[in-house]
Design a protein around this ligand. Structure first.
Ligand code: HQG
Length: 182
């Protein structure tokens, strides 16, 4: 399976497992799972054919391990815009987490903090390198540090997805460090 095909199938899975399952007549369960056979059949019916082997290859080789397979089912590990309850247990974050964004968003972020925008939760990274890559999707990256330790002490709830992305409902401005906390 070549790289272009892998990316194409991966994008297709992201779109329908995170954002628009109804576009191909799929219904995800409340935790975001769907039967793999049902997904493959629905995709084929809507003009996009891929095999179980191709799906397994995408799941196994995906750069961010975006998808989880459990038995006969698959789901996206994070990144949903549709309402799902991933059922992840609350987790204790490390003292600092990081968020990659771009300069154009900073005024608004200073005012309202980090918000989930179109996604289900704010996505935070455990390391600066990952946050830099996330920010770079939109332009020259700016990395903010989040005082996750203080948020946690103050009662904010964190979850960590199966692929290591930290999720929380929102980050109020007082927990954001616009300069390196060291
Ligand atoms: C920004 C990708 C203005 C935020 C990545 C970001 C990640 C605000 C954008 C995952 C704001 C939302 C998530 C505020 C946040 N005012 N802008 N108050 N609060 N923003 O894509 O975190 O490839 O929904 O900084 O690698 O960039 O899809 O979130 O620029 O892990 O698997 O609003 O998506 O993973 O953008 O990325 P996104 P994100 P995948």
């Amino acid at each position: 399976m070549d790289e272009r095909r892998t990316v194409k199938v991966s994008r297709y899975l992201s779109k329908h497992l995170r954002h628009q399952p109804e576009r191909i007549g799929l219904t995800l369960d409340p935790a975001g799972w769907v039967e793999i056979d049902t997904l493959i059949a629905a995709a084929a019916e809507h003009g996009f054919r891929f095999t179980r082997e191709e799906l397994d290859h995408v799941v196994a080789t995906n750069d961010k391990r975006r998808f989880a397979v459990e038995g006969t089912r698959i789901r996206a590990s994070q990144g949903h815009s549709i309402d799902v309850d991933l059922g992840l247990p609350p987790a204790t974050p490390p003292p600092y987490l990081y968020h990659g964004t771009v300069a154009g968003a900073l005024d608004s972020i200073r005012e309202t903090g980090l918000r989930p925008m179109s996604r289900h939760a704010v996505h935070l990274s455990a390391d600066r390198e990952t946050a830099t890559r996330v920010g770079a999707r939109r332009g020259r990256p700016v990395v903010l540090a989040v005082d996750a330790g203080a948020m946690h002490r103050d009662g904010h709830v964190f979850h960590v997805s199966a692929n290591g992305v930290w999720l929380t409902d929102g980050v109020p401005p007082r927990y954001l460090r616009f300069a390196d906390p060291g």
